[in-house]
Structures are given as structure tokens and as C-alpha cells.
Design a protein. Structure first.
Length: 260
């Protein structure tokens, strides 16, 4: 016999346990697209307490829709090993071009990241950052529904030793820093330089080059990197996104290890 009140209590208590145990984390990732998921997978796998915040209901970012709703994606040879590691089947189309089912890819990335120990909070938006001594030390969060309805509801906070902005084209965390903090980003202008038009070959290499610290305590990953530092978008080729997430995790992991 099922008791509705017990069901409700179970959900509330388990969620509150999860939230309270992640009020202080080693790494906070904002954005649950492929770059954010790979970063979370790698950091959690390395044993760091890592939480990912995604404002939408679903996790996976733009990967679900493939190219123009054709649910296939392309990855280049260099990034195929990440999909191989996670158990995502790929097929060679031409030398150095491999395709994968976008639904399988997005769902597997999410599953593998969670199984590695990443904790995901979906339907949660990051609306601000906490800055102390010109360094980001945490995030200010609220329900996405509050944001969407434009309700005047005060947020809560998460303390994070490092933050990865994986919010894609919008580059939301670094834009917030540029707008609200009396300090410059580590870009050529000190601001978010902005995304340029589509050029897959250049964008893929620049995505890795631009995966770096954008402000003390904040690293970029995925398309956010090119938007922040000023390079091209790449369209439905996702190798750079996967490799960028891996690189961001490596850089944050190195910092965390050095601080022990």
C-alpha cells in the first residue's frame, strides 16, 4: 500500500540531503551541455566533490538536436576516444569524421557523469557570483521557474573552490562577472569579447586554446570559451566540446591538487 505523504517526504528529505551536502564543493559547473558533462565526469572520477547546475529540465545542451534536428552529431578523430571511453558507439563516415546518435550520446554522457559521482541539479539557475578579494568563491542560485516568472524571490548560495562556466554561447557566468565585478576578465578587452560566425575548423582548435581561466577561480569550457575570448562557433561537430570539458577538468584538478 502506497502512502502519498511518505512519497512526498522521501523526495523532500533525499533532495535536501543532496543539496546540503553540496553547499560547499571543490568544483561547481554551470551548464549541462557536453563540455560541462565531460568536465564533471572527469572531476568526479578524480575524487573531487563536484556539482553541476543546469537551468533547463533536460541535461545535454544542444547535443540532443544534432544538426537542424537531424539527431546525428560528428566528432573528429582526436575526440572519439572520449566517446569510446564512455561507451558511445560511433561510425566512421570518412577518415577523421565519425558520427554518433545524438540521443545516445547526450543520455550516455549524463549517465556516465552521474555514475562517476557528479551531482546534477537541474531546473536551477545561477544568477550571480560571490567574489572575495577579486576571486570568485561561490555561486548564487535560484529556481529556474523563479527566473522565468520574474518573481522577486531571494536566492541561496553555493561555495565553490573553482567554477567552470560551460553555459555555451551565452557565457553567462563570465558576463555576470564583467557586468558586476569591479575587475577585468583575462581577455584582450577585459570584457566578454563575443562569439563570431561559424567556421568549424578554426572554432574547434580555438575551443581548446580558449579553455582557460577567465577570472580568478573561473574557467571556461565549450562554446563559452570562444564566446568569452572571441572566436568562431562550430556547429554540430562536438569533438572540441568534449576535449574542452576534459581540459577544463584537468586544469581545475591540477589547481585543487596543488592546494592540498
Amino acid at each position: 500500500m502506497l502512502d502519498e505523504t511518505i512519497i512526498t517526504r522521501a523526495i523532500i528529505e533525499r533532495y535536501m540531503d543532496k543539496l546540503q551536502s553540496h553547499l560547499e564543493v571543490d568544483a561547481a559547473i554551470v551548464g549541462g551541455g557536453p563540455a560541462g558533462l565531460v568536465a564533471g565526469y572527469k572531476l568526479a572520477q578524480a575524487g573531487y566533490k563536484t556539482a553541476l547546475f543546469e537551468r533547463k529540465l533536460s541535461i545535454g545542451g544542444g547535443m540532443w538536436g544534432g544538426g537542424m534536428m537531424f539527431n546525428e552529431i560528428v566528432v573528429q578523430q582526436e575526440a572519439k576516444r572520449i566517446l569510446d571511453e564512455m561507451g558511445v558507439a560511433t561510425r566512421q563516415f570518412e577518415p577523421s569524421y565519425h558520427t554518433a546518435d545524438s540521443v545516445l550520446c547526450a543520455s550516455t554522457l549524463c549517465s556516465q557523469a552521474c555514475q562517476a559521482g557528479l551531482t546534477i541539479f537541474n531546473l536551477v539557475s545561477v544568477e550571480d557570483v560571490m567574489v572575495r578579494d577579486h576571486r570568485v568563491v561561490g555561486l548564487v542560485i535560484n529556481w529556474s521557474a523563479v527566473e522565468m516568472a520574474k518573481l522577486h524571490v531571494d536566492p541561496l548560495t553555493i561555495r565553490a573552490r573553482y567554477t567552470i562556466d560551460a553555459t555555451g554561447h551565452a557565457a553567462e557566468v563570465v558576463r555576470t562577472i564583467a557586468r558586476k565585478v569591479d575587475a577585468s576578465l583575462f581577455t584582450k578587452t577585459g570584457e566578454v569579447v563575443g562569439e563570431r560566425s561559424l567556421w568549424a575548423e578554426v572554432a574547434e582548435s580555438h575551443t581548446l586554446d580558449n579553455t582557460r581561466e577567465a577570472f580568478p577561480g573561473v574557467f571556461t569550457a565549450g562554446m563559452c570559451s570562444n564566446a568569452t575570448f572571441g572566436s568562431y562557433r562550430m556547429g554540430p561537430v562536438f569533438g572540441g566540446m568534449l576535449l574542452s570539458g576534459e581540459k577544463a577538468a584537468q586544469m581545475v584538478g591540477e589547481r585543487l591538487k596543488a592546494e592540498k
